[in-house]
Every structure is written in structure tokens, then in C-alpha cells.
Design a protein around this ligand. Sequence first.
Ligand SMILES: [Zn+2]
Length: 82
Amino acid sequence: MEFKKCERCGCFFTSNDNVCYNCLTKDKFEMSKFKNFVEENNISNITSLNDLSIQTGISSKNLNRFLGYDDFNELANQINLK
Ligand SMILES: [Zn+2]
């Protein structure tokens, strides 16, 4: 266990996760929302992170962070942003 700074809210916490306990719930919710969105929509129409943010209702900062995770590796390649 390391002492870490939450990537979402900036608070300090002790865990092996990237975000604190409070944010973990929010992250999980948004990640599944994001995955559902990708499954249900034609993502080739998405041209920017901002566009994706507007359509999913998830902040571009969080989307950018999700796309950097291994879980979203394949998805990040599909979306081909930036
Ligand atoms: Zn947090």
C-alpha cells in the first residue's frame, strides 16, 4: 500500500487504486457509462475529446484519464482522438 494523491479529487489516501475510496464509486459509474456509450453509439463520429465529453456527460479530464488505463487501451485506439 502506498500513500497516494487521488487522480480525481486530489486528496491523499492509502490504497493500490488510482483514486480515493470516494471517487472509486464515481469512477466505476462513469467508466461503465462510457463503455455503454461506446457500445450503443457510432464512435467514428466522435472527433475530439471535448465532443466525447459533451456526448457522454463525463468531463474530458476524466475521459482522458480512463483512456490511459489498460482497461480502455483497445477503446482508445478505436476512438483515435487527437
Ligand atoms: Zn478522490
